[in-house]
Structures are given as C-alpha cells and as structure tokens.
Ligand binder design. Structure first.
Ligand code: ADP
Ligand SMILES: N[C@@H](CCOP(=O)(O)O)C(=O)O
Length: 320
C-alpha cells in the first residue's frame, strides 16, 4: 500500500471511538502497495489494518469487496475480514474518503519465490476459486479486455516516452489478444482475486498463510486469475518465465482444481492479456502518480518484457 492521505490524530481518535477496540496504542503508515492508503493500527484489542480507499476503488463497489472477503473468510480462507463498528457498520468515512478496518493477518510476503512457494500459492488460488462459488453477487472486471484500449488512450501517447514505439505495439497486441479471447460462456467463471501478486500473499514456514488485497477482485474467467499469477510469480528476472516456477504454480492449482481442456487451450491468450492489463495500469500510474505520495511506482516495462516473451511462444512456454 501507500500513504496518500494523512490523518490528524484527533480525527483518528474520533473515528476509532465508534469501535469497541479500546484506546489507540500505535499507528504506522504502510509504505507498501499502490492503490489505497493503509495504516497499521494497534489498539487494546490488538493489531488491525485501517484502509482509506483512494483512486480506482469506487465507493459503491466497496460493499461487494468487503462482502466477498467476509464470505471467503467464513468459508475458511485466510483473508482479512471487515471489523464492524458499534453501530453494526463496517464501511465508514474518514478524511472525506470511504474507510474500513480489517483484521490483521500474520505472515510475510515470500522473499525468494521458489517452485514450492508457487505450488502452495497455486493451491490457495484454486481454493479461493472453489470457496468463492457460493458468493452469488457479480462484479464485472473493470480492468478486463474492454478497458484496455480506453486505458491506453487515456495515457495519450505516454507509452512512447517510456519506450519509443510502445503505443503502436500495444495497439497491435491488444487487437490480437482480443481476437483470441475466449468467447463469453466458453470457460468457467467465478470470483477471482485479479491481483494475486507476491506482495498480496503471506507465507509462514514456506506455505501460504493468507491472501490480502481483494480490491481488484471481480467475477471473471477463473483461468485468467491463474494467468495473472503466471505473470506475477514466474518471471524471476522480469524477462523470461521460469519453467520450474510455472510447473509449481500450475501443479499446485491443478492439485485442487484441474483445468478443463478449453481453459488450457485459452491460457496463451490469457497470459498475454494479463501482461497487457498490468502494463497499462503501471503506465497510467507512471504518468499520473502525485509527486508528494509516499509510494514506489512500478515499472511498466517489466510487463512489456513479459508480453514480448509470451508473444514469441506462449504455447511452448506453457506446454499447452
Ligand atoms: N490484513 C492485513 N494484515 C497484515 N498486513 C496487511 C493487511 N492488509 C494489508 N497489509 C499490509 O499493507 C500492505 C499494503 O496492502 P494492500 O492491500 O496491498 O494495499 P493496496 O491495496 O494499496 O495495494 C501490505 O503489503 C501489507 O504489508
Ligand atoms: N499488482 C499491481 C499493482 C497493484 O498493487 P497492489 O499493491 O495493490 O498489489 C502491479 O504490480 O502492477
């Protein structure tokens, strides 16, 4: 996370007075992350995370995200759950922004990604897909294929300042991937995390202990979530996919939820789509992040490298 919004101590105290958490002992801004403002708070009741929702998160969608986390946690997934204030409401306002407190998860992101960590991550992803099944509400993917061209256009050619010729290359890649994208209804759909990067999975003793950051979650192709993870977890040098990491991830996932033949066949398009989606949001952020924000901008070109690798031979790399 990042800190876009500072909270004066008296505002925080007034906010916390609505909860049964006891007096505040400590508050720290969390520098990790990109999307929202997060604080680690410690009260008499223990540690918790206070999030002020910024940027891309739409206020009217927050009940969906918080509801999904509550559903998954109740069904046994280790993920943050909304803390409810004395009036029964979890989603509140602070500093003129929507805000919520969620439970603190133990564990840490893994330092070195190994095949065994990927196996465990794949299992957690597949479990999440199965557990999400009973959550009937539907949230379309606001960063899905229909959003890519508008997102590229909203960068007004800035891709070329990052790398000459990138705008045209992306226009071309988007057309090709859209043409290969699975038709509606042809692959299993469910609740997906859609941002399960290494910073959003906590590990303890080598295994996944919890998943965080569900604010891109949506109802979309389950195999697309796996494609996002193949991009995020399996490129140790940011350029070339590692066969052992991919085998670990695919193996872990399929040990819980085997892929259908049509899902395997669609993976080459899905991994390219995932590269495009993260390349575009990173590009957008690269040119639009406020200078005074405490945040580390992420490199758009890291996802260009992935896209280039997949476009050269996705089928061969994925062994599908
Ligand atoms: N429930 C949680 N338990 C423990 N730490 C958390 C929790 N949620 C967030 N964090 C910490 O805050 C950081 C940023 O959270 P994240 O949800 O990824 O923010 P953003 O949505 O802004 O990207 C995480 O990397 C982690 O260090
Ligand atoms: N995972 C995305 C950016 C979103 O950041 P997060 O902190 O919400 O995971 C990327 O790497 O581009």
């Amino acid at each position: 996370m990042a800190v876009y919004t500072n909270i004066p101590p008296e505002e925080l105290e007034a906010f916390l007075a609505e909860y049964d958490l006891g007096p505040l002992k400590r508050v720290d801004g969390i520098a990790e992350g990109v999307e929202n403002t997060n604080y680690l708070i410690e009260t008499e009741a223990g540690r918790a995370i206070l999030t002020l929702y910024e940027k891309r998160v739409r206020e009217e969608e927050l009940p969906w995200f918080l509801g999904l986390m509550q559903h998954l946690a109740r069904r046994g997934l280790k993920c943050p759950t909304p803390v409810i204030a004395r009036d029964g409401v979890a989603l509140r306002r602070l500093m003129d922004r929507p805000a919520a407190i969620t439970t603190f998860l133990t564990g840490r992101p893994i330092e070195t990604i190994t095949a065994s960590a990927c196996f465990s991550l794949g299992q957690s992803l597949a479990r999440m897909h199965l557990l999400g099944d009973g959550f009937r509400a539907h949230r379309p993917n606001s960063l899905g294929p229909d959003a890519w061209r508008p997102l590229l256009n909203s960068c007004h050619g800035a891709a070329d300042t990052v790398q000459p010729g990138l705008t045209a290359e992306l226009e071309n890649a988007i057309s090709e991937v859209l043409a290969a994208w699975p038709a509606s209804g042809s692959l299993p759909v469910g609740q997906i995390h859609a941002d399960l990067f290494p910073d959003n999975a906590f590990f303890e003793r080598g295994n996944v202990s919890g998943l965080i950051d569900f604010y891109f979650a949506c109802t979309d192709l389950l195999a697309y979530d796996l494609a996002i993870c193949l991009n995020a977890w399996c490129f140790p040098d940011e350029r070339t996919p590692d066969a052992a990491l991919m085998a670990g991830l695919m193996g872990g996932y399929q040990s819980i939820r085997p892929l259908a033949a049509e899902e395997k066949a669609a993976l080459p398009a899905l991994v390219q789509g995932a590269s495009i989606r993260f390349l575009l949001t990173r590009l957008y952020d690269w040119v639009n992040t406020p200078v005074d924000a405490i945040v580390t901008r992420k490199d758009p070109l890291a996802y260009h490298h992935r896209l280039v690798a997949w476009r050269a031979d996705a089928r061969g790399l994925l062994h599908v």
